[in-house]
Design a protein around this ligand. Structure first.
Ligand SMILES: Nc1ncnc2c1ncn2[C@@H]1O[C@H](COP(=O)(O)OP(=O)(O)OP(=O)(O)O)[C@@H](O)[C@H]1O
Length: 270
């Protein structure tokens, strides 16, 4: 294993250091008598990029659902920036991006990105508009000039970029991503990986990203969270000590391949 050394420095301008983005203490999730997640201890540093790997059914999606207040903890505590998951949800501290972009088919790219703001206004909740407008967010994800395109006029990768822009519109401090590029071809996925890293650096948001791809986990993550199955438990958090500025060529380096090899071996024992 490569020396797991210091964590790569956090972004300047990101959320304040000190308060963890997410803290799970002895957190378990049960579905009836089945334990999906067992006594998880995890602390996510604000501003960092975490990827999650683990065998099918080990609880990766369940972990995101737990953090995002979609399911309750059976034991223990979960806090997001010092708040309960419910408080954090109401304060829009986090946003979710799924494998399927789930855009409204009759609304343009811009109108889809504007949707969370509209819903907030209709409910009378006081959502601070982000420092970036929906138009600027579409530019950030590389879709300037495609504001009026309808979902069926866009490629899968473009639709997923709209979904990311929509997730960023309320300025979440934590972005939860459940295999967002899993359905895309390899070249598109690699390109979106680079774009996502740019977005992460620019926004300073904390990212928790589920993937089945070892190389994607290494390319994106400052730390890889490895879960094991039956029951879902934390196996290891692996520091990825690679240059902060990640370029496509990084995938060809021996350091990158060694991390992939280490994680592949670890995964086989999970
Ligand atoms: N609503 C539910 N009711 C009962 N069991 C559930 C429910 N949701 C998830 N599970 C179970 O919890 C376990 C973890 O599921 P989860 O979807 O989190 O795994 P995962 O690691 O994301 O899987 P994959 O990699 O295949 O997407 C699985 O055994 C699954 O069958």
């Amino acid at each position: 294993m490569l020396a797991a050394t210091e964590t790569i420095a956090n972004n300047a301008g990101g959320p304040p250091k000190g308060v963890p983005a997410a803290s799970l203490r002895n957190a378990s999730v049960r579905f009836g008598t089945f334990t999906a997640i067992d006594r998880l201890e995890l602390e996510l540093e604000a501003g960092s990029f975490y990827t999650i790997l683990g065998p099918s059914g080990c609880g990766k999606s369940t972990l995101l659902r737990l953090v995002s207040d979609l399911i309750p903890a059976a034991t223990g505590e979960v806090s997001i920036f010092g708040k309960t998951t419910e408080e954090a949800r109401l304060a829009r501290e986090f946003a979710f991006v799924f494998q399927d972009a789930t855009l409204l088919p009759w609304r343009s790219a811009l109108k889809n990105v504007e949707l969370p703001l509209e819903i907030g206004r209709n409910r009378g909740s006081d959502i601070p508009a982000g420092t970036r407008s929906p138009r600027e967010l579409l530019e950030l994800v590389g879709l300037k000039g495609r504001e009026d395109a309808l979902p069926h006029e866009m490629s899968g990768g473009m639709r997923q970029r709209v979904a990311i822009a929509r997730a960023l519109v309320c300025q979440p401090k934590l972005l939860l991503m459940d295999e967002p590029f899993g359905a895309l071809d390899e070249m598109t996925r690699d390109r979106l990986n680079l774009q996502l890293l740019d977005i992460w650096r620019e926004t300073g948001t904390t990212i928790l990203f589920v993937t089945h791809s070892i190389s994607e986990a290494v390319f994106l993550g400052q730390k890889v969270i490895m879960l094991e199955a039956n029951p879902g438990r934390l196996r290891e958090v692996v520091d990825i000590d690679l240059p902060d500025e990640r370029k496509t060529k990084l995938r060809d380096t021996s350091q990158f391949t060694q991390y992939c090899g280490y994680l592949r071996d670890l995964l086989e024992t999970c």
